[in-house]
Design a protein around this ligand. Structure first.
Ligand code: FFO
Ligand code: ATP
Length: 201
């Protein structure tokens, strides 16, 4: 196994390989956590989101439909609507292009996209104020390791009004560094079951 504190060689294919090894390891390790414990972590993350973002009225929050052991924050997304906020979900409308954000509400008609992940079928495209991003891994400087498509990086680089970016994941997914590249967009906050990290940039 390649240790996470070993700087990979500079060739892009070495970094890609390093990221793939750690991505697979971290996804495997979070799927090894029991459902009951993941459920507890999701509730602890929700509490921290509520403490840090007490007032979401009139704001548009993008979440995600959980897969691969990601924290299930759908109850929190529903609660955002009860607090007069709006909710969107990300959609891969085109490969290797920025994500779309489509308005979502409980009971919205859904269809399945990449990896069978459900997303709203009606195309009401919106620009979120806050984007909640699931983390496969994260590092001490607030950079995210995702599923390797570069989708969130492309999307946030192209976003018209830079939203606040909140990475959510588990403390066990922390790496010393993901060896950030110029295309990697850092998070403004990282929320885990243990703590909230705020990065003032
Ligand atoms: N729940 C959830 N929904 C989400 C995301 C997410 O992270 N979590 N996304 C966040 O972006 C988007 C989906 N992101 C994806 C990113 C990559 C691949 C993918 O096919 N990866 C390839 C490897 C790509 C490569 O190495 O070039 C693979 O696994 O084979 C699929 C979905 C939108 N929806
Ligand atoms: N702004 C961008 N413009 C063009 N290509 C990009 C951009 N951002 C990332 N990419 C491409 O996407 C590839 C994968 O990026 P990276 O390994 O950072 O994905 P990731 O953040 O883990 O994935 P995801 O966001 O889909 O979960 C990079 O090798 C890069 O070529």
């Amino acid at each position: 196994m390649i240790g996470d504190n070993v700087v990979p060689a500079h060739a892009p294919e070495d970094l890609q390989r390093w990221r793939r090894i750690h991505r697979d390891r971290l996804i495997g390790e979070r799927l090894d956590v029991s459902l009951a414990v993941r459920d507890l972590y999701a509730r602890q993350i929700t509490e921290k989101l509520n403490q840090f973002f007490p007032n979401l009225a009139k704001l548009l929050v993008s979440g995600y439909w959980p897969c691969n052991g990601e924290p299930d924050l759908r109850p929190w997304l529903s609660s955002v609507r009860l607090r007069c906020g709006h909710v969107a979900l990300p959609v891969i409308a085109k490969k290797h292009a920025p994500l779309q954000f489509r308005l979502w509400w409980p009971g919205a008609p859904m269809e399945r996209g990449i990896w069978n992940i459900p997303h709203p079928e009606k195309c009401i495209e919106v620009n979120p104020d806050i984007v909640v991003v699931p983390l496969v891994g994260f590092d001490n400087a607030g950079y995210r390791l995702g599923y390797g498509g570069g989708y969130f990086d492309r999307t946030l680089a192209a976003a018209p009004n830079r939203p606040r970016i909140v990475g959510v994941g588990y403390e066990q997914s922390r790496l010393e560094t993901i060896h950030p590249q110029s295309h990697d967009i850092p998070m403004d906050f990282i929320v885990t079951e243990c703590r909230v990290r705020e990065f003032n940039r």
